[in-house]
Ligand binder design. Structure first.
Ligand code: ADP
Ligand code: MG
Length: 397
């Protein structure tokens, strides 16, 4: 689950990280009062959407030379006029896709005097099985270009979960970021704080870009992007309250109601599979035969007919889906339950696209019988390879 920048900063502030003062607003009427409560004379009006690249983003409704989704304001009037221009409009950034995201919230923040913009993130590094810091002196709005063109400027430091961030670790990070004086003192305190927040709150990503050195030599967290491990949310009711469903994919929200592991993707072949590993393999093999999956979906082991029906409906509700591949290897999951779910869903919503079904395992004969007797126009497949080729052929011709 993702949260907004201002929420992420509030979480980090609880742990003692240096963040600017700011106020989140939902309407332009609130802009002036929000700005007045901050020190000034520089304010920053920041679009709150669950995507980065806002500074360089463009509003769909505004002219091409209009400013982006993060704007400096030098007077109260400018804060208000910017708020009016941004709220309710659609911001398109490198991370939103072409559709963009509607800006429903703004964060009015105290402006900082920036000396240097640094990059810092913490993520779970799978190669070493530990949280790792990723830092660079080249922070700011072009970190993707740095990663591509000068990857040697990015330093990775895994952290031992037994010890947390040691003094030696913090010093290494300070060195990598070329921090001296007050900024170095701040860094020695900040790095353990961020790591503790990451671990205690079960984050999967904590990205501070930029972390800044200010003109007065101190460090400040200027942007914050945080994602949480969805499987750990049950033990963080405070974090769960920060969820903003207007930022999420409708299909994913629907799937979460049924406890389905579903991720919307950009392709055109809908996938209904049991088991995360088989689901990944199914997506891979679809790609191998030259098409793209429209989703990841693991219906799970003990899925009921209702759950399978819901899953099938979610897949068919995606207008990009040009064909569906059902790939079930029934172990705990029974093939007849899958078949019943598919048939029930098709009865309700119809079937506008080709459907390839590959069933194997527990109750497979019964499952096939249910599908055969349903009168559904199904293309049967024998194995994974056969199924993938058949659906790609059905969609691409
Ligand atoms: P995004 O990464 O989505 O573009 P940021 O929060 O990183 O959004 O803001 C983009 C840029 O705007 C930053 O790199 C920084 O230069 C500037 N900026 C953001 N917040 C402030 C602030 N409070 N004071 C001064 N400049 C800021
Ligand atoms: Mg940023």
């Amino acid at each position: 689950m993702n949260i907004h920048e201002y929420q992420a900063k509030a979480v980090l502030k609880e742990y003692g990280a240096p963040v600017a003062e700011g106020v989140a607003i939902f309407s332009a009427d609130e802009a002036e009062a929000a700005a007045k409560s901050l020190p000034g004379p520089l304010w920053v009006v920041k679009s709150q959407i669950h995507a980065g690249g806002r500074g360089k983003g463009k509003f769909k409704e505004l002219s091409a030379d209009a400013k982006g989704g993060v704007r400096l304001a030098f007077s109260l009037d400018e804060v208000t006029s910017n708020a009016k221009e941004m709220l309710g409009n659609t911001l398109v950034t490198k991370q939103t896709g072409a559709a963009g995201k509607v800006v429903n919230r703004l964060y009015i923040e105290d402006g900082a005097d920036i000396e240097r913009e640094l990059y810092l993130s913490i993520l779970v590094d799978r190669t070493v099985g530990r949280p790792a810091f990723v830092v660079s002196t080249e922070g700011g709005m072009d970190i993707e270009a740095v990663a591509e063109e000068t990857p040697e400027k990015i330093v990775t430091l895994p952290i031992d979960p037994e010890t947390g961030v040691t003094e030696a670790d913090a010093a290494k990070l300070c060195d990598a970021l070329e921090l001296t004086g007050a900024a170095r003192e701040d860094g020695m305190k900040l790095f353990p704080i961020l790591h503790t927040a990451f671990v205690e709150k079960d984050m999967s990503l904590l990205e501070v870009n930029p972390l800044i050195v200010m003109k007065d030599g101190r460090l400040r967290v200027l942007d914050a992007k945080v994602s949480f491990d969805g499987n750990a949310l049950f033990r963080h009711p405070d974090i769960m309250e920060l969820r903003d469903v207007t930022e999420e994919d409708d299909k994913e929200i629907e799937a979460s109601k049924y406890d389905l592991a579903y991720v919307a993707l950009d392709g055109d072949i809908g996938c209904m599979v049991n088991g995360a590993g088989l689901a990944m393999a199914t997506m891979d093999i679809i790609k191998l035969y030259g098409a793209e999956p429209a989703n990841f979906l693991d219906v799970g082991g003990g899925a009921s007919k209702e759950k399978v029906t819901a899953a099938f409906k979610i897949i068919t509700s995606d207008p990009n889906v040009k064909g569906i591949l059902v790939n079930i290897f029934g172990g705990i999951m029974r093939c007849d339950v899958i078949a019943e779910g598919v048939v029930a869903a098709v009865k309700e919503v119809g079937l506008q696209v080709p459907l390839v079904v590959r069933l194997e395992g527990t109750n497979v004969e019964l499952g096939k019988k249910i599908i055969n007797e349903s009168g559904l126009n199904v293309i049967a497949a024998d194995d994974l390879d056969d199924a993938a080729q058949k659906i790609v052929k059905a969609v691409k011709g």
